[in-house]
Ligand binder design. Sequence first.
Ligand code: ADP
Length: 481
Amino acid sequence: MFILFAVPEAAPFAKTGGLADVAGSLPAALRGLGVDARLVLPYYRVVQNQNLPLKKMISGFEVPLGREKLKGNILEGNAEDGVPVYFVEREDFYDRPNLYGNVSGDYYDNLERFSFFSHAVLKLAAHFPIPPDCIHCNDWQTGLIPAIMKGASGWVAGIPTLFAIHNLGYQGIFPAEKFYLTGLPGERFFHPGGMEYWGNVSLLKSGIVYSDLIATVSPTHSLEIQTREFGKGMDGLLRHRSSSLSGILNGINVRAWDPAVDPLLPSAYTPDDTRGKLNCKKSLIRELGMDPTLVHHPLLGVISRLDIQKGIDLIVAAMDAIMGLDAGMIILGIGEDSIQKAIHHACRKYPRRVKFEMRFDDSLAHRILGGADMLLMPSRYEPCGLTQMYAMKYGTIPVVHAVGGLEDTVVSFGLSSAKGNGIKFKPADTGAFMEAIRQGITLYQNKKAWKRLMQNAMRTDFSWERSARSYLKLYRSLVGK
Ligand code: ADP
């Protein structure tokens, strides 16, 4: 079985969010099951800067961009875990400071950039001596691939596609006038039953309409996206494709996120011996210049893109109430300017008890997971969510809105049963959120219960193997067709 995994980002090469983590670990898990899984992504500047040992595989392939033909190259290398990786190179599209945009918004030519990428994936597929059994596409940036495959001629025409939705909120919407740049015939693809979305082009819709199978990243979210409340305008279409839609929970890279061996932590710890966590907490408080007495109080962490999706407004609204409970808080995040400002405003009254680190910093993310007692994730919607799983592995108790993958991965702790790995609340309002935080702090003060809760969380199995097996089943069903 040969699976080509087409993604706009993959760890450790280029990352803005959870999709990169999935792309950085699912192919290796599939290889563990005997699948020949390979990865293709754009050759961004951040990748170039890593000076990877790469070979040129294809030079000067041409793809249509409207009436023009643009040239590009494909470079070939390997990820550390042995997964073959291909990079699509075209300097003017990908040699930029960021992946998708800058502070003023998305790059104006994202349709051109990802249309080029999608056509390049077809060139790559056609270049192999044996074609892939399936192209596993991910999010709107790869949404054109299923349509290109449907329109393709020659021996690559029949390659089936699986379209994975990691975040339905990003729909790749562009003005209709740009459709011709996709290189696809309008009469066949640009209509309401195709990739037209209320008069615009939607590359996400293209992926949903033209793929053979659709997957999203948790069972609960696969049901949610078929409802008006969570469907982001695509629910009707997703209901229509319901029989082709699955929800497969993401796993995590258990080697990269393990406090027993994490080189970024000052002390190691395990579920059987959690003593090192206290040292991680002390060291984190020192590193960030926070009030040293916080060591004896609950320390709450937030690691998040600052987007309305993540419910950060609830944290801002609850800040004074949380501080009234003698807790400390660390927020690591970057994103929307208005949210950044709101956080700055809410925490300036508590300079030594709340720290806002406004940047993307993977190493600090590890140290927060090591040093904090709880992780707040009040997301309005959450397709799967990885941070809560990392937190659990670090014995940092997640306090989450019971939605999507948060509902599927977090089990509420019960004092009498001593079962469960976190704290969930519903609905997503400040009252319910504060109630959950109070419950967490009460548990934190009960040393025996807290220890048990930490151990339950750390022992939860989030390894990729089970999910990889579910994907393998989907690929097999496609190959049989
Ligand atoms: P999403 O993909 O919606 O952003 P996930 O929880 O699935 O949410 O994945 C987020 C990933 O990005 C996690 O690995 C998290 O640790 C990481 N992350 C988010 N913001 C930051 C940040 N500011 N610094 C470091 N890591 C971050």
